[in-house]
Design a protein around this ligand. Structure first.
Ligand code: SF4
Length: 244
């Protein structure tokens, strides 16, 4: 049976790219929420993740780099009945677009931002992004990144976001459940999705993440912002997944 929301044959992604999994999880969330394609407006950044614009059968706008949030905010102001979803990569969302993320969290505008975070600018063949680990060597940083990685969940929470989550592209059902709750949340929601780039990242691979990720237990999400602020900083031998 054809998927009502996506046609993955149009993606153009590398075979096996984990961006496929994210779209399966999202389209499944749309389906389980009984949404209709013509009532969904999606806003796509520049980058591998943003190229999902060709995949979706919803309304779609492929915008400038880092500008998905203002586009989605404008759409919501015009038609509040739309389900507004932004798809971006870590470069667009946490580099060029970080000011918009902070303002969206502060304003609590009712949009969902999904970030495919592979900690690289992958479309342009692997330069460092704001979430690249300190010391990472790429063609843009041959001597290694000289500063700590930015923690986007910490920034969003600090700015007042009421829904902050981390998913993993290889945990599709778990990711889809997070997407459903984010879409139902009446306010700004950020889902940072760990999305290993199988073509360019030979260090932070699926196997590397598989050994570290774990799901938050049933005591989460916390209604205590201070507790969440501590938990989102856990990123070492263990990396928590879920709604903080
Ligand atoms: Fe996916 Fe990486 Fe290929 Fe981009 S470069 S399509 S993120 S595998």
């Amino acid at each position: 049976m054809k998927n009502k929301f996506i046609d993955l044959s149009k993606s153009g992604w590398c075979p096996g790219c984990s961006n496929f999994n994210i779209q399966i999880a999202l389209s499944s969330a749309f389906s389980e929420l009984n949404l209709e394609a013509h009532k969904i407006a999606m806003f796509f950044d520049i980058g591998c993740a943003g190229n999902a614009c060709d995949v979706y059968k919803t309304y779609g706008f492929h915008g400038l780099h880092g500008r998905v949030i203002p586009l989605a905010s404008g759409a919501k102001l015009v038609n509040d009945k739309l389900t507004a979803i932004c798809l971006a990569g870590d470069g667009g969302a946490y580099g060029e677009g970080i000011n918009h993320l902070i303002e969206a969290a502060r304003s609590n505008i009712n949009i969902t931002l999904i970030v495919s975070n592979n900690r690289l600018y992958s479309l342009t063949t692997g330069q460092t992004s704001p979430t690249s680990e300190q010391g990472t060597k790429t063609k843009s940083t041959p001597d290694g990144v000289d500063k700590p990685a930015l923690n986007p969940l910490l920034i969003a929470l600090s700015a007042g976001a009421g829904f902050v989550a981390r998913g993993y592209a290889y945990e599709i059902k778990h990711l889809s459940d997070i997407f459903k709750q984010a879409i139902k949340h009446n306010g700004f929601s950020l889902i940072d999705v760990i999305q290993p780039c199988i073509t360019l990242d030979k260090k932070n691979t699926k196997e590397w993440y598989d050994q570290r990720v774990y799901k938050l237990d049933k005591t989460w999400p916390s209604q205590n912002r201070n507790k969440a602020l501590i938990k989102v900083q856990e990123w070492d031998d263990r990396i928590p997944l879920g709604i903080f």
